[in-house]
Design a protein around this ligand. Structure first.
Ligand SMILES: *[C@@H]1O[C@H](CO)[C@@H](O)[C@H](O)[C@H]1NC(C)=O
Ligand SMILES: *[C@@H]1O[C@H](CO)[C@@H](O)[C@H](O)[C@H]1NC(C)=O
Length: 299
């Protein structure tokens, strides 16, 4: 069900979209290379993305957690009271192969897999859940030590979490105590509203609530190493008539094949993306990725 989209069309449509919809005017975005990572010697990197593949995604899924396991299989956590769930999803078809419906009193949030167990946090409550990855049966609960439950990820050893603030938490998966906390900053400015998280090549990638941006964060000191701009995905969905889509939310990484997947709440598609470096123009990150205030629905 995947379709290939040419690089040429992305190169043309993305800057046009940015200029037209965000009123930036001439932004002079320049593709340096479509295969190489940017050279960090010159500071924080900035990337845009080519869509390599598109897969169907349940348009009713209010995506709050996303991760790739193997064999073209994803795990996903969804929110909304009465509709919250943990699911095993086939990448190619978007088919939900297994679904655990949560109790109506919980709003599902970030999800991660550590060993054989899935860990999930919930919104506005300090209850977290642990599930068996093989059948999604609930194995236990834990107390989320963060202020709230938004994103969850793992480096294979500890849990990393976000609660909608600028803090990235490192959490012990046995005791659920906070091991360390980093304030995420870009050029000395705090990056608020950190949402869904994923470990990618030793970095923590976080999409920022309400904007189409991913911050690539150093888990050591919380510094933003780079930004990925994804405005072209929303533009494509809106152009195709999907007016009901909510925010970008959900990053998954297939480490073996180095594939990156993203989706959003109520998005009918899941995109495989390939970032490519661009030259960062003055003020573009502040404008696109660092909202000063937000009106909250739910994280
Ligand atoms: C993935 O596929 C392999 C080979 O078919 C199989 O042995 C393995 O159990 C599968 N893993 C999962 C998680 O389904
Ligand atoms: C789920 O799978 C585990 C093995 O991974 C098994 O021990 C457990 O009994 C299963 N639970 C249910 C409800 O089937």
């Amino acid at each position: 069900m995947a379709s290939y989209r040419s690089k040429t069309s992305s190169y043309i449509t993305v800057p046009v979209f940015l200029a037209a919809f965000l009123g930036i005017g001439v932004i002079g975005l320049l593709a340096v290379s479509s295969s190489k990572r940017p050279n960090l010697k010159y500071g924080v990197s900035c990337e845009m993305v080519n869509v390599v593949n598109e897969f169907p995604h349940d348009p009713e899924a209010f995506t709050q957690g996303l991760l790739y396991v193997e064999n073209d299989t994803l795990f996903e956590s969804t929110g909304i009271y009465g509709r919250s769930s943990v699911r095993k999803v086939a990448l190619q078809t978007g088919k939900v192969e297994h679904l655990h419906k949560m109790d109506n009193s919980f709003f599902g949030e970030g999800l991660t897999l550590l060993g054989e167990r899935l860990f999930q946090v919930t919104w506005l409550q300090d209850t977290g859940f642990i599930y068996d990855r093989n059948n999604l049966s609930q194995l236990g609960k834990f107390t989320n030590p963060m202020e709230d439950g938004w994103g969850l990820a793992t480096d294979g050893k500890d849990l990393f979490g976000s609660d909608g603030s600028s803090t990235l938490y490192q959490i012990d998966p046995q005791t659920f105590e906070v091991i360390s906390k980093q304030v995420v900053t870009y050029n000395g400015q705090e990056v608020q509203f950190l949402n869904e998280l994923e470990f990618v090549n030793g970095e923590v990638w976080a999409n920022v609530y309400g904007v189409d941006c991913i911050a690539r964060i150093s888990p050591k000191d919380g510094k933003v190493l780079g930004w990925i701009l994804l405005q072209n995905l929303r533009a494509e969905l809106l152009t195709a008539g999907n007016q009901g889509i909510d925010v970008l939310n959900g990053i998954a990484w297939d480490g073996k094949q180095d594939r990156i997947f993203v989706t959003g709440k109520l998005w009918p598609k899941l995109f495989e993306i390939k970032p490519y470096p661009i030259e960062k123009t003055e003020g573009i990150i502040e404008k696109l990725c660092l909202p000063e205030t937000l009106q909250f629905g739910s994280s």
